[in-house]
Design a protein around this ligand. Structure first.
Ligand SMILES: C[S@@+](CC[C@H](N)C(=O)[O-])C[C@H]1O[C@@H](n2cnc3c(N)ncnc32)[C@H](O)[C@@H]1O
Length: 374
């Protein structure tokens, strides 16, 4: 899902406002890292440019061994939060990390104490963000987390917690099938229709002006199909995204892979090759040396771009790309191919794109595309 803090006009290289009261839209990235790591296979020789959001996919790319990761976001609050998460992952013990994340119980005062001891970059510049982290944890401080709470409560009230748990946590396919039959009712469809429609999605997942290009305008029915796929056709019992979305991401919530002990230990052993960059994606791309980037993860930023911005970003990707480069993106909108000059050198990898769409553990985007430079 996409809850933006801005309409994404080209904003140039941005710097944190020292008195910023803003909080980030995302405190966890609801975009499955596995699709990105599988599609981009970032190995030791590769430089990757990735939209930062709340940092999760950047952590995975760094841990997968990328030689250089350029993490870009137009929103300085996203960069600040990502760097705080990074600092917490490297410096806190597991118990304190989960307390600061908001997954293990902690009081506001305890989280303030952890933040003060951790003293992550620019803590003093982000009073509103620090307050939210103390109240809700690193993973609960974003606007999307707040948006999801009534949605989760509403679905739980409609179908019952036991049905959701059976559907998502039960290892027996027949039990999940029965839970699905209980969930798939007119009441659920009505609830999803009221929660996920043009009014709620516009300017949240996509800019309102882009609504006519929405690939799945009856988004609630699309999401119902996605939920069925994730719970009956894939394995939901290991799907942390689904568990956090529908069973709750706060205290007692499932632990994202990047907060697991082993992941962090691995990350700590690697040199830190991530550069955090607060900039419009276009400016960040244009700032790279020509032919210097092997892999790109554009998230669904192009959904937020007018045609000229979209085409300029693609041209800048083509310019920054090394021979053999690839570029992964997700989208809620109908297909909008790269401009002709780019298309003559870049081809869509159909089978790998379809595989990413099929395997994705969040699944609600309409398009998953892996492009390769020939
Ligand atoms: C497009 S949103 C999608 C969010 C994602 N689905 C998630 O769950 O995190 C990801 C990030 O892109 C950033 N973003 C949007 N437009 C951008 C632009 N033109 N340049 C750089 N970053 C941008 C937003 O600030 C946000 O943090």
């Amino acid at each position: 899902m996409s809850i933006q803090n801005h309409g994404s006009p080209r904003a140039g290289l941005a710097h944190p406002n020292p008195a910023s009261q803003s909080i980030p839209a995302y405190s966890e990235v609801m975009e499955d890292h596995r699709a990105i790591v599988d599609a981009l296979s970032p190995c030791a020789e590769r430089a990757v440019l990735c939209v930062a959001s709340a940092g999760d996919n950047v952590f995975h790319l760094q841990r997968a061994g990328a030689a250089r990761v350029v993490a870009v976001d137009i929103d300085p609050a996203q960069i600040a939060l990502s760097r705080w998460k990074w600092a917490a992952m490297l410096d806190l013990d597991q118990g304190d990390l989960l307390r600061l994340a908001g997954i293990a119980p902690a009081t506001e005062a305890q989280r303030w104490g952890l933040l003060a001891a951790l003293s992550p970059p620019e803590l003093e510049h982000w009073p509103a963000l620090s307050q939210r982290v103390a109240e809700r944890g690193l993973l609960g401080c974003g606007k999307l987390a707040e948006f999801l709470e009534p949605l989760r409560a509403g679905l739980t009230a409609t179908v019952g917690r036991a049905t959701l748990e059976a559907l998502i946590l039960n290892g027996d396919p027949a039990t999940r099938r029965a839970a699905w039959d209980a969930l798939e009712s007119p009441a659920t469809v009505d609830f999803l229709a009221a929660a996920l429609n043009e009014t709620t999605i516009s300017d949240a997942f996509i800019p309102a002006a882009a609504w006519p290009r929405m690939a799945e305008p009856r988004f609630h029915l699309h999401y119902l199909r996605v939920l069925r796929h994730l719970t009956l056709e894939l394995d939901p019992t290991s799907n942390v995204f689904l568990q956090r979305l529908w069973l709750g991401g706060g205290e007692g919530g499932a632990i994202p892979a990047y907060l697991e002990r082993e992941f962090r230990a691995d990350l700590a052993r690697r040199p830190d090759t991530t550069e955090w960059l607060c900039a419009d994606l276009l400016d960040a791309l244009e700032a790279q040396d020509p032919g210097s980037i092997d892999r790109f993860n554009l998230s669904n930023v192009l959904d937020w771009c007018e045609d000229d911005h979209h085409d300029a970003i693609w041209a800048a990707v083509a310019r920054a790309a090394r021979p053999g480069a690839s570029c992964f993106l997700r989208s809620f909108l109908v297909a909008r191919p790269p401009p002709a000059a780019v298309l003559s050198h870049w081809k869509l990898d159909g089978p790998r794109s379809e595989r990413a769409a099929h395997d994705d553990r969040v699944g609600y985007f309409s398009r998953y595309e892996l492009w390769r430079r020939s």
